[in-house]
Ligand binder design. Structure first.
Ligand SMILES: Cc1cc2nc3c(=O)[nH]c(=O)nc-3n(C[C@H](O)[C@H](O)[C@H](O)COP(=O)(O)O)c2cc1C
Length: 199
């Protein structure tokens, strides 16, 4: 039986629940699935495929980027996917990065205030700006799939500096924006990628 790792970084816990749901969907196709925080992953040798998830925390979670850099060699040899949780995404019509197709939760993007002219915050929250560092960290390994979904933001779970950053830069209202049907639909397509023998 093929064994798949779903591993995640989190700051306030909500990405762990997303990783769990992704793992459940993959397991429905008959894979053995381990869902683990990044800190508990010792190596990728035991796995036939990997999913790496993390939230945007002023850039993709640093531990997730570090993980990609550390394991880029192993990831070149196996199919892998990444998911990104976010509270703010500018609607620019981008659905791909280079020749990489990206699945975007259609409830997440917000149109810019002025059409054709993005302000600082809207430029920051572009899909390409979020994903380029992810692809760079893994290079030359390439993900077979990337998903970008709405997350959860609760000020009560955060330190004061984090609240300040989110209020000033992200300007996303707190709340639950995880779109479970979109997350599960994306995850349900992953087994087909893991089934393929060639990377
Ligand atoms: C300090 C901080 C920085 C964040 N930066 C971004 C960001 O740059 N873009 C974005 O869309 N969301 C940003 N968010 C929102 C988180 O990505 C979102 O709340 C995510 O679901 C949190 O996941 P977690 O509960 O696993 O930590 C930020 C949140 C915090 C607390």
């Amino acid at each position: 039986m093929k064994r798949i790792l779903v591993t995640y970084a989190t700051m306030a816990g909500s990405t762990a629940e997303v990783a769990q749901a992704v793992g459940e969907e993959i397991a429905k196709s008959g894979f053995q699935v381990d869902v683990l925080p990044l800190s508990q992953v010792e190596g990728l040798e035991a796995f036939d495929g990997v999913v790496i998830g993390g939230p945007m925390i002023m850039g993709w979670h640093r531990a997730a980027l570090r993980f990609l850099r550390q394991h880029r060699k192993a990831l070149q040899q196996m199919p892998w996917a990444a998911f990104v949780m976010a509270m703010s995404l500018t609607q620019t019509g981008e659905m791909s990065l280079g020749n990489m197709r990206v699945t975007v939760d259609d409830k997440l993007p917000r149109p810019p205030q002025k059409e054709g002219r993005l302000n600082f915050r809207e430029r920051y929250a572009r899909l390409a700006n979020y994903l380029r560092p992810v692809l760079l960290a893994a290079r030359p390994a390439k993900p077979a799939s990337i998903g970008v979904f709405g997350g959860r933001l609760e000020y009560g779970r955060l330190k004061w500096w984090a609240v300040l950053f989110v209020m000033m830069i992200i300007q996303a209202p707190p709340g639950e924006r995880r779109n479970w049907p979109a997350i599960r639909a994306w995850a349900a397509d992953l087994p087909a990628l893991f089934e393929a023998d060639e990377v």
